[in-house]
Design a protein around this ligand. Structure first.
Ligand code: WTA
Length: 634
């Protein structure tokens, strides 16, 4: 009988698990999968071919992930808290749901979906603020086998419409509006705007949050609270194949529109649970608080699924870290006795900039483990987090992963394997990273740098990109044959720890959110009077990377402020305010090669203020534009 390594508690066990996972991956993952409730056991653990690509896990296995998130816990954890929901306004009463209550709410919502004609395999777009109904709605889709596509509420009507149309969603689940800090913002009217461009949506189910009067289209829109009157809490879980899609989540790449990353039921379940328990070293009585939004992969894997699969108690927060002041996170930590706190480096840097006075009033003594995700953490922020929040007694896990990987692949295990500032550190057992040279050779020694790739699948690797498998192949599996390519560059130190350097493609990571330069450029180009544009990232103290846009206009710009305003409006409408450029420089032309390719390297160096490192510019079509661009740098 092999060990199941369901919980790795020492460095020796880590190494043992690592060895076992490489020697016999099928056996390693089978032991993990046996922890769950399956309606039918799998016939084969794994089949994979990275060239096509085709990866399948737990073939022939039948399950419903919500049975594992909810029903499975009712016996022993029925009265345990699943969710503590903290509203935007600290004066509003918080809400607590036990596993039994969450189960009942999910079943009732699932019955509402069925009542409204939504069936297994249908795509359902979810556009909601961070309210409990969001978590319930996502799980309700999974309960009936509908494929959810959550769209972050900060995206514009246009982005929502693009995502609805790409997935041919039949329904949208939303709220009337949302609270965000001191602001109240519309949600339903954004959905209405989007639906002007969508023909597949038959139903909109609206949750009441801000009690605004909203336009309800007869025959299409219904209120959740009305619908709930007609259903009970009995909703058997739909039987799903391990490889049936569970959800689509759109993410940006270097080219074109965002693509729909597809995750499936079985492998995703096994990996999110495994990584959640091991990385954070979660104990039964722990309270976990992840500050991400469910609209991103972190909210999917480490709010909706990982913690509920593990039967943990978690805090979900509706608001923003700076409302009513920059001590809000720490107030929540003390109020709900949070033990494990997981956030983004950009939040840490921003709170650090507000000063220690916002931290000092709170004891933070409940904290045991801290985590970061989404972007590299600089050493200064790491040390501030370690000493002022963790009081030098909490391990920090710097978790590296991606929408496409479904779960954390590289991270130290809290308090089990060692940590080093700015290093994601070690692969989880079952994960096989490699560094490649630009021409695709594996670098085996340490103290090196290369392209970060994976040479063997793990259960929650993406299966395809929705409606366009070729795009999946080209983006992730074609640059280096036989490997999954992450798009990141990384270093490996003498001890084998990984340090992520950042994207090597045209993806910018702004406050932990991914945007493709092409996507932002096309939004800018839609502004009146713009001929063309080029966007690059530049180092930003708080956001990690900022967006620097070079814009060519039809007429010489007379009122630069007004023109910048137009451009920001265009980006807000095309993508959302989260993608608005930090700097906009008007130029008469872009540096291009004789074949018409934009020399981004030059633009990046100017944005980074490394004017003496532009390299050879003699091959440009018009080298004089470079002088103009240097002189006009903002
Ligand atoms: C970056 C977020 C350094 C990386 C879960 C990756 C990180 C992209 C880290 C994925 C980290 C994520 N250290 N960089 N700990 N975590 N990244 O899909 O460039 O929103 O490719 O998933 O974020 O972003 P995504």
């Amino acid at each position: 009988m092999s060990r199941d390594f369901s919980r790795i508690r020492s460095s020796e066990e880590y190494h043992e698990a690592m060895r076992a996972s490489i020697q016999d991956p099928a056996r390693f993952w089978e032991a993990q999968a046996e922890r769950f409730t399956w309606m039918a056991k799998w016939e084969k653990v794994l089949s994979h071919d990275f060239e096509r690509p085709e990866v399948k896990w737990f073939l022939g296995g039948k399950l419903n992930i919500t049975e594992n998130c909810l029903d499975r816990h009712l016996g022993e954890r029925g009265n345990k808290l699943a969710l503590i929901w903290e509203p935007n306004d600290p004066k509003e009463r918080y809400l607590r749901l036990t596993y039994r209550e969450l189960y009942e709410q999910v079943c009732r919502y699932a019955n509402v979906l069925k009542r409204n004609g939504i069936r297994k395999g249908d795509r359902v777009a979810i556009y909601m603020p961070m309210i409990p109904e969001l978590m319930v709605a996502v799980l309700a889709c999974a309960r009936i086998g509908a494929i959810h596509s959550v769209v972050f509420c900060g995206f514009s009507a246009q982005s929502l419409a693009d995502r609805i149309n790409d997935a041919e969603a039949v329904a949208v689940l939303c709220s009337d509006g949302m609270f965000r800090g001191a602001k109240e913002m519309p949600v339903k009217t954004v959905v209405d705007d989007a639906l002007g461009q969508c023909s597949t949506v038959k139903r909109v189910i609206v949750t009441e949050r801000v009690q605004w009067s909203v336009n309800m289209v007869a025959g299409r829109d219904v209120w959740l609270h009305d619908e709930l009157e007609h259903v009970d809490a009995d909703c058997p879980a739909e039987r799903m194949d391990a490889e049936d899609p569970l959800f689509i989540l759109y993410t940006s790449g270097s080219t074109g529109k965002p693509k729909g990353v597809v995750h499936t039921c079985g492998g995703y379940m096994v990996y999110t649970d495994y990584s959640f328990r091991n990385v954070f070293q979660v104990e039964e009585s722990d309270v976990f608080f992840c500050t991400a939004d469910v609209g991103w992969i972190t909210g999917h894997s480490y709010m909706v699924y990982g913690p509920t699969l593990a039967g943990a108690t978690q805090v979900m927060f509706e608001g923003v870290p700076t409302y009513p002041d920059a001590g809000r996170f720490w107030q929540i930590v003390d109020k709900h006795a949070v033990n494990i706190f997981y956030t983004a480096p950009t939040a840490i840097r921003s709170l650090m900039a507000h000063g220690i006075d916002h931290v000092l009033p709170y004891s933070l003594h409940s904290l045991k483990v801290l985590g970061t995700v989404g972007e590299p953490i600089n050493e200064e922020a790491w040390h501030w987090y370690k000493s002022h929040i963790g009081k030098n007694r909490c391990p920090i896990v710097d978790t590296w992963w991606q929408t496409e990987t479904g779960g954390i692949l590289i991270s130290s295990l809290a308090g089990v394997t060692d940590e080093k500032p700015s290093h994601a550190a070690y692969p989880l057992p079952g994960v096989q990273p490699v560094l490649l040279t630009p021409d695709g050779k594996e670098i085996t020694e340490n103290e090196v740098e290369g392209m970060l790739c994976m040479k063997f699948p793990w259960p929650s690797i993406l299966r395809t990109t929705w409606g366009d498998h070729e795009r999946c192949r080209q983006t992730y599996f074609s640059n280096y044959k036989g490997y999954y390519f992450t798009g990141d560059g990384a270093k490996r130190d003498a001890q084998g720890r990984y340090r992520i350097i950042g994207r090597v493609d045209d993806v910018i990571n702004v406050s932990g959110h991914r945007f493709g330069t092409a996507e932002i450029e096309s939004a800018i180009n839609a502004a009146k009077g713009v001929v063309e544009s080029a966007v690059v990232g530049f180092p930003h103290d708080i956001k990690g990377q900022g967006i620097y846009a070079y814009v060519v206009t039809e007429e010489p710009v007379v009122d630069a402020e007004a023109m910048r305003g137009n451009i920001i409006e265009a980006v807000s409408a095309g993508i959302g305010r989260i993608a608005k450029p930090d700097r906009i420089q008007f130029v008469s032309g872009l540096p291009k090669t004789r074949s018409g390719k934009i020399m981004r390297r030059i633009l990046r160096k100017v944005a980074e203020n490394e004017l003496d490192k532009l390299g050879d510019t003699s091959t440009l079509l018009d080298p004089t534009v470079v002088e103009e661009i240097k002189a006009g740098r903002i």
